[in-house]
Write a protein that binds this ligand. Structure first.
Ligand code: GLY
Ligand code: MN
Ligand code: MN
Length: 439
């Protein structure tokens, strides 16, 4: 399907799910640092999903209460040579009409005066309060003016809803096109992990490996890393969001790399691999690695329609705790260790998250008391780990940890797609079996 048809199809579904609510979906803005230098632009994923338009500061309106041909309105920054000299090409109002399948376009400056008109006749407004501090006062003011006129007009948008339940439900279930893109994002990310493992040697700096993996992403034509790459040797791997990446890698260290690329249309990979930099696991490193790998494989087996992410997590956790009891790092009955969270100094995060246009992608995990069932087209990560350091106190009743285990942090993370019958591991090109990591 051509790109424009994909976005149109999403808009059609969104419009029909909105019933008679008018949706206001803002683009991201440019964010500055160093006083006034812009960070690389990153579009808001909801906005991108519906528009495919990659400029900042735009606002899209979706108006199911209007006739066909007037339902998709885009406010954009106008063509302006002086501004384009600084920040680059803009499509402008005519450009988006001709190229982005919009029904009506306006310069952004007209948004404050035209919004009231576009909301006329809508039963309510779909707008996410709390996320758009510049736009929100304006939206509330226009809504309030409509309500004030109610005695004379007899009609106004009566309520405001968040668009996320509709939109994020759509984004949670990937269609064939998205699955194709996710396969590519994970494949490039997996290849990069293979590439950097071959490159790594004791004595290098973590940053040398970061440079190689990100170079690989860029050379493949992606936007680069989807998130701050984590390249953590030795004890640094026990810091879950370590991004300093500036230590020298010692002979005997494990290196944990958590990195994935972001494609030009924002689909992401998110892969973690942990390997011995000198090609040989120590006894302790191997014992722990085998536990985590077993846990991860068992958890991936649970990824199938009708099962749920909660069970994926609990399966990984059970295997981790069993393994830790076997090697004496935990003591007691597995079930009661889990119930009391007496493992939480060694495993302190969940086993995965949805993956898509956002690395920590949108979509509910639970419906009240009930975990959401997995369905074909959902993509999630499966990423158990064990982290042994002195940072957290050993829970009461659990053994103190011998020095030989300390400073070992291991995580194994794959990107997996729920298929009709079971699971497809999108990141399977990144080796994780012991035999492939040793030489
Ligand atoms: N790289 C972020 C995560 O694994 O969730
Ligand atoms: Mn992840
Ligand atoms: Mn990750």
């Amino acid at each position: 399907m051509a790109d424009s048809l994909i976005f149109r199809r999403r808009r059609d579904i969104f419009l029909s799910n909105l019933s008679s609510f008018a949706a206001i979906i803002p683009a991201a803005e440019l964010v500055t640092h160093h006083a006034d230098c812009e960070y690389p632009f990153r579009q808001n994923s909801d906005f991108w999903y519906l528009t495919g338009f990659d400029e900042p500061n735009a606002v899209a309106l979706f108006l199911p209460h209007k006739p066909k041909g007037e339902q998709y309105v885009l406010f954009v920054l106008p063509k302006e040579s002086a501004a384009e000299v600084w920040t680059g090409f803009r499509w402008g109002t005519k450009g988006v009409l001709d190229n982005f399948d919009v029904d009506i376009s306006h310069p952004l400056s007209e948004f404050p005066t035209l919004l009231a008109h576009y909301l006329e006749g809508a039963e309510g407004i779909a707008f996410r309060v709390g996320n758009h501090p510049k736009l929100e006062p304006l939206v509330l003011k226009v809504w309030s003016e409509h309500l004030q006129k109610l005695p004379r007009s007899g009609f106004a948008p009566f309520s405001m809803i968040a668009p996320c339940p509709i939109l994020h439900d759509m984004r949670l279930r990937k269609d064939d096109f998205e699955i194709q893109r996710m396969r590519i994002a994970s494949k490039i990310s997996a290849e990069a992990h293979e590439f950097v493992r071959d490159f790594a040697r004791p004595g290098m700096n973590e940053r040398d490996l970061q440079a190689q993996i990100e170079k690989y992403f860029l050379e493949k034509g992606t936007r680069g890393p989807a998130y701050g790459s984590i390249v953590a040797s030795g004890d640094n791997a026990c810091v879950l969001h370590y991004t300093a990446n500036n230590s020298q890698i010692k002979n005997g260290d494990l290196v944990l790399i958590d990195a994935g690329c972001s494609l030009n249309d924002y689909y992401n990979g998110d892969i973690t691999r942990t390997f011995p930099v000198n090609g040989r696991f120590s006894g302790e490193q191997k014992d722990l690695y085998e536990i985590i790998l077993r846990a991860q494989k068992a958890a991936i087996e649970c990824v199938r329609p009708g099962d749920n992410a909660e069970n994926v997590h609990m399966t990984a956790l059970k295997h981790l705790v069993e393994g830790l009891v076997d090697i004496g790092l935990l003591v007691g009955e597995v079930d009661s260790i889990i119930e009391q969270q007496a493992y939480s100094h060694l495993y302190m995060h969940r086993t995965g998250h949805w993956l898509g246009l956002d690395v920590h992608d949108v979509g509910a995990y639970r419906l009240g008391d009930y975990p959401l069932n997995l369905e074909p087209g959902m993509v999630l990560t499966v990423e158990p780990g064990i982290y042994i350091s002195d940072r957290l106190a050993v829970p009461k009743g659990q053994p103190e940890i011998e020095a030989r285990w300390k400073g070992i942090g291991i995580r194994i993370e794959d990107d997996v797609l729920v298929t009709k019958d079971s699971v497809e591991v999108l990141s399977s090109n990144a080796a994780k079996n012991l035999i492939d990591l040793e030489n």
